[in-house]
Design a protein around this ligand. Structure first.
Ligand SMILES: [Fe+2]
Length: 317
C-alpha cells in the first residue's frame, strides 16, 4: 500500500474491522492505474468497499470489474438478467421465482433454511474456484430494509485463541449446493436439480489469502455440509462454533443501499448475509452482480481444495 504510483483515495472506514466508503471516485469514468491500484489495496485492507451515487450502466459495470481481473459468467441467471450482458446477473423482485420449483417461494425457502445462520455465505463456494470478488450495484431498492452485512474472515480467524487456531488450521469442509434441503414427498423438481447437477468441493477451513497471505476462517452457513474427517456428531458443534466466531458483530459492517450504490467485496476474505427483511414489503429491489474469477483455495499446509462434483467456474466461460 502507498507504493509508487498509487493514488490517494478519500477513504472513510465504516466499522472497526471491515468496510470503507470511497468518496469522489466516478466508477463510470476512466480510472487511471494509480486509482485502480489504490482501490485494490483498499479492498485488501477493508475487505468490502462502498461507493454511493454512481451512474453505472451494464457496460460500465462490467468494464469497472474487468479492471480488477477476469470475469466469470453467472451459473444460472434469472429471467430479469439482461440478455446482451452475459456477465451481469440481475436479481429483481424475488417473487419472480415463485413456483419455479413447483412450490411457493416461501415454502421453498423454508425447506432450505435449516439454520438461522444459513443466510451467511461467500458467493458460489461449492465450486472448486469460487469467485475472488463480487461487484454488486443497486438500481432500485426499498425505502427501508434489504441492508447487506459482511463479516471479516481474517479478523474472525485472528480473534480465535491460539489452540483453536491451530486446531482449525488442520480441518477441511465439504461445500455443496442445496445443503440441508428438506425434500418434498414424491416428485420434487428442486431435489432432482440438486441430484442431476451436484456441485461439491472440499475446501480448507482455514484458507490462505493468495494476495495478502492472511489466514481466513473460510466458513459459511449456506454451502458447508460438514467438517470432513470427523463424525457427524462432532461436525455439528464444530460448525456452530466456527460460524458463531465468523459472524460475531465486531467483525461485521452493515450497508444501507440506495439507487446507485455499489459494493465491491473480496469474496475470499468475507462472508455476507443475504437480507430477508424485504419479502413482506411491496417494493422492488433490483440489483446487478458481476463476479471476478477466483482460484482454487489453498490451506495452511499448502495443499489445495479438491473438486468432488461440478465444473470449475473458470472453464464455464
Ligand atoms: Fe451473495
Amino acid at each position: 500500500m502507498g507504493g509508487h504510483g498509487t493514488t490517494e483515495l478519500d477513504l472513510r472506514p465504516a466499522a472497526g474491522h471491515i468496510g470503507a466508503e470511497i468518496v469522489g471516485v466516478d466508477l463510470a469514468g476512466p480510472l487511471d492505474p494509480g486509482t485502480v491500484q489504490a482501490i485494490r489495496a483498499a479492498l485488501h485492507r477493508w475487505k468490502v468497499l462502498f461507493f454511493r451515487g454512481q451512474n453505472l450502466d451494464h457496460a460500465a459495470h462490467v468494464a469497472f470489474a474487468r479492471r480488477f481481473g477476469a470475469l466469470v459468467p453467472p451459473q444460472s441467471r434469472g429471467t430479469a438478467s439482461p440478455a446482451d450482458f452475459p456477465y451481469i446477473e440481475t436479481t429483481a423482485d424475488r417473487r419472480e421465482l415463485a413456483g419455479r420449483f413447483g412450490q411457493e417461494r416461501a415454502d421453498w425457502l423454508d425447506r432450505r433454511r435449516h439454520t438461522a445462520l444459513r443466510g451467511w455465505h461467500s458467493d458460489l463456494t461449492a465450486r472448486i474456484d469460487p469467485p475472488a470478488a463480487t461487484v454488486l450495484r443497486a438500481e432500485d431498492v426499498p425505502p427501508y430494509g434489504g441492508d447487506t452485512t459482511w463479516s471479516n474472515l481474517a479478523a474472525a480467524y485472528a480473534g480465535m485463541s491460539e489452540p483453536l487456531r491451530r486446531f482449525a488450521d488442520g480441518l477441511w469442509t465439504e461445500h455443496r449446493h442445496g445443503v440441508g434441503y428438506l425434500a418434498l414427498a414424491g416428485e420434487d423438481p428442486y431435489l432432482r436439480k440438486l441430484q442431476d447437477h451436484p456441485v461439491v468441493s472440499v475446501h480448507p477451513l482455514v484458507r490462505v489469502h493468495p494476495e495478502t497471505g492472511e489466514r481466513l476462517l473460510f466458513v459459511n452457513g449456506y454451502y458447508i455440509e460438514r467438517v470432513v474427517g470427523v463424525s457427524r456428531i462432532e461436525s455439528r458443534p464444530l460448525m456452530e462454533l466456527f460460524m458463531e466466531q465468523a459472524t460475531r458483530p465486531e467483525y461485521t459492517v452493515r450497508f444501507r443501499w440506495e439507487p446507485g450504490s455499489v459494493a465491491f467485496w473480496d469474496n475470499r476474505a468475507t462472508i455476507h448475509l443475504a437480507p430477508s427483511d424485504t419479502e413482506h414489503l411491496d417494493a422492488p429491489r433490483i440489483m446487478h452482480r458481476v463476479l471476478l474469477a477466483g482460484e482454487v483455495p489453498v490451506g495452511v499446509d499448502g495443499s489445495a481444495s479438491q473438486a468432488v462434483a461440478g465444473e470449475p467456474l473458470a472453464q464455464r466461460d
